[in-house]
Design a protein around this ligand. Structure first.
Ligand SMILES: Cc1cc2nc3c(=O)[nH]c(=O)nc-3n(C[C@H](O)[C@H](O)[C@H](O)COP(=O)(O)O)c2cc1C
Length: 325
């Protein structure tokens, strides 16, 4: 299980425990102590199994748009169990939702030492790309390889998206961003290209207040903007209606655009389409024509609260290759 560690003393304790067990990589005491000291103030994750800490990772900001994987260590007996990958996934999500564009990491260039060759292969397998080698950054026996990863790829944004149900920071969302998000929605595929999904962007404080007033129990009350998703339930061909598939694709596109632009959201469909038909009240506030149904509400805003990925079944339980076995 991956835990975000808040406490500075716990961070130092964990990094000491792990780094002192990995002297092949962290041999020089002075730099090991520096890593331990600095880890106290950095975003920090630990992988824990019961009482055992398997490994840790911490990030540091090296520029307005860039985080560095400052240090990571996994106990040798826990290598090749996916611990490093899970730690990195948590850190990458964090950097992505906090609006960073790149993650960099430095290590000793391949071809120098066997242990570091493994490290290089590990970073490349995570998706890092070679940026540059700096021969004198450390010393001539340890040429520094810098790897970089862009966080603004579709695959990374998909991994970083999670439903956000916390409070939003005050302040409006620029209209250009709301239009970019809406465009991502209408760019989605639709059955027979019938384009059955429409959206209404809401950022007028009075209209927002009216919508918030009919959401009971209340959700997204601090959102500075809403994207209201509408569907027209017409057939694509013969008696086949793909309106649900059409608006689902549009919603997912918009959720991804929202996250990529540094905002958060949640797919509120169940909540507004229940027996109390909040969706119809929203439709009436927005003067939506009868042939359209309001099906989903997406708040858009900057997150005020921390949040974490929900637990999901492991890939091996849901993804199979070539047959069910
Ligand atoms: C069709 C649909 C309806 C949903 N309706 C709601 C809702 O009414 N309220 C809510 O809090 N989340 C709603 N969600 C969000 C899911 O609860 C959420 O996607 C799920 O728990 C997985 O979490 P994740 O989005 O962080 O991966 C809905 C999601 C889908 C796909």
């Amino acid at each position: 299980m991956i835990r975000f560690i808040e406490n500075a003393e716990e961070r130092k304790e964990i990094s000491r425990q792990i780094l002192e067990s990995l002297t092949e990589w962290f041999e020089v005491e002075e730099s090991r102590e520096q890593y331990i000291r600095e880890s106290a103030d950095q975003p920090f994750w630990a992988s824990v199994d019961g009482d055992v800490v398997e490994g840790f990772l911490c990030l540091k900001e090296t520029g307005k748009e860039t985080m560095e994987l400052a240090v990571m260590g996994v106990r040798k007996e826990c290598h090749r169990k996916g611990v490093g990958r899970r730690l990195f996934a948590a850190a990458r999500d964090y950097a992505s939702v906090h609006g960073y564009e790149f993650i960099q990491v430095k290590t000793v260039r391949s071809g120098m030492y066997e242990d570091y060759d493994i490290t290089n292969e590990f970073y490349k397998s995570l998706g890092f790309k070679e940026l540059e080698v700096l021969p004198d950054y450390w010393d001539e026996l340890n040429p520094c390889q810098i790897y970089v990863m862009s966080l603004k790829s579709a695959v990374n944004t998909i991994a970083a998206r999670h439903s956000y149900r916390g409070a939003f920071l005050p302040g409006s969302v620029p209209e250009a961003d709301l239009i970019t998000i809406a465009k991502a929605g209408i760019d989605a595929p639709s059955g027979c290209n019938k384009q059955t999904t429409d959206v209404v962007i809401v950022n007028d404080p009075e209209v927002l207040a009216q919508i918030k007033g009919v959401i009971d129990p209340p959700v997204a009350q601090t959102a500075p903007a809403f994207i209201v998703v509408l569907t027209r339930r017409i057939n694509a061909y013969r008696d086949r209606c793909f309106a649900i598939q059409d608006y689902s694709a549009a919603i997912e596109n918009m959720l991804l655009a929202i996250v990529e632009l540094g905002y958060q959201s949640c797919w509120y469909e169940g909540h507004i389409t229940d027996e109390d038909r909040i969706c119809d009240k929203i439709a009436s506030i927005l003067s939506v024509p009868d042939e359209y149904d309001v099906v989903c509400l997406l708040p858009v805003g900057k997150a005020a609260d921390e949040f974490h990925a929900p637990s999901k079944k492991p890939l091996s339980e849901r993804v199979r290759l070539n047959s069910w076995q």
